[in-house]
Design a protein around this ligand. Structure first.
Ligand SMILES: Cc1cc2nc3c(=O)[nH]c(=O)nc-3n(C[C@H](O)[C@H](O)[C@H](O)COP(=O)(O)OP(=O)(O)OC[C@H]3O[C@@H](n4cnc5c(N)ncnc54)[C@H](O)[C@@H]3O)c2cc1C
Length: 323
């Protein structure tokens, strides 16, 4: 039997969050004595898919039918269910995203499986099968016992530590997977995708530099952009900043915006309201720059700098350039 892991592709490469899901699935497979098998849907070169082997997968099933080129949660869930059937998979892993959640729910209905989303740790498997997930936008955890025969876990980012130096040199075997495609799944389908920007994607970024109302206005954003460029970081912002059109809406982070989980989140002139924190509490390290020592964000920070962003940012940029 195998633990089946679905990986999302971005321009033919496996997304970083999905590689984490592969590493997570491989650990689960190690604990259950199964193989870790990956499912990739869409166009990708074999050399890109083989990388899954470094993260513990022994095989990649590749469904590359032209009709599957654009994301389609109905068809993808169908393909996932068929792959699980072929592999006899009792545990299915996806990484948390809009697509991951949509596929998990649909595949669960098809397979009569139990599904838990927002998983934050490896499952406890000893007689029973228990998973921990974040609830109340990550402010608390719940432990859920899964009793269904087939279990689907949707795993949050940064749940598993991947040290790029530690990844094995193994590569996975690629197998073509040709599922039955149902016309009903393609009654509404994406024909073209235009990205909102060519910049780094916030959900995939390792480093994010983010600004709030403390940045004073769009004309003062350059010091933040300079630091982002020096660090190879994506840029984000608080809700009022995008509401005021200081920055584009796709940069809005928080409960009502994008939820991010970079290795490093640098908050510049953001107060740290609970709705903003809900979008960043998966970050590994949070650095806060704020002139008010009482700003709530400092309570959630790993490192805090009390000071004026316009004095601190150029210094950080200079230091980053000299790294
Ligand atoms: C239903 C609901 C949903 C929401 N969803 C979101 C969401 O998804 N994301 C989100 O961000 N917000 C959200 N909000 C808004 C949220 O409550 C806060 O109002 C918002 O996050 C505050 O944004 P801010 O920190 O940029 O601005 P402010 O609260 O105005 O804070 C600005 C900060 O900058 C500091 N500052 C000022 N000048 C400087 C300087 N020169 N140097 C250093 N620091 C300086 C100040 O001390 C202050 O802490 C939501 C609110 C509601 C009611």
């Amino acid at each position: 039997m195998s633990v089946l892991i679905y990986v999302e592709l971005d321009n033919g490469s496996i997304k970083k969050t999905s590689l984490e899901a592969v590493a997570y699935g491989a650990k689960v497979a190690e604990n259950t004595g199964d193989k870790a098998v990956v499912l990739a849907i869409g166009q990708a070169a074999s050399s890109e898919l083989e990388i899954a082997g470094k993260y513990g997968a022994s095989k990649v099933l590749h469904a590359s039918d032209e009709k599957l080129s654009h994301e389609n949660s109905l068809a993808y869930a169908d393909v996932l269910a068929q792959a699980a059937g072929q592999e006899g998979s009792k545990i299915i892993i996806l990484s948390k995203s809009g697509l991951g959640d949509a596929m998990a729910a649909r595949a669960a209905a098809k397979l009569k499986a139990g599904v838990v989303s927002g998983v934050t740790a490896l499952p406890e498997i000893n007689g029973s099968f228990k998973v921990t997930r974040g609830i109340f936008t990550g402010k608390a955890f719940a432990t859920t016992e899964m009793k269904s025969d087939i279990k689907i876990l949707v795993v949050k980012k940064n749940v598993i530590e991947i040290d790029e130096n530690d990844v094995a040199s193994a590569s996975a075997v690629i197998e073509t997977f040709s599922p039955q495609l149902r016309d009903a799944d393609f009654q509404a389908s994406v024909v073209n995708v235009e990205k909102a920007s060519s910049e780094l994607s916030l959900t995939e970024a390792q480093v994010i530099v983010s600004g709030g109302r403390g940045m004073k206005g769009p004309e003062h954003w350059q010091p933040l952009l300079d630091l982002a460029r020096a660090l190879g970081a994506a840029t984000g912002c608080s809700k009022p900043v995008s509401d005021l059109d200081w920055r584009p809406h796709h940069e809005h982070i928080g409960q009502t915006g994008i939820k991010v989980a970079p290795n490093l989140y640098i908050a510049c002139g953001i107060s740290g309201a609970i709705q903003h924190l809900a979008g960043v509490n998966g970050s590994k390290c949070i650095v806060v720059i704020n002139k008010d020592p009482e700003a709530p964000f400092f309570k959630a920070a790993d490192y805090g700098i009390v000071g004026d962003v316009f004095e601190i940012l150029p210094k950080l940029t200079e230091a980053a350039k000299n790294m």
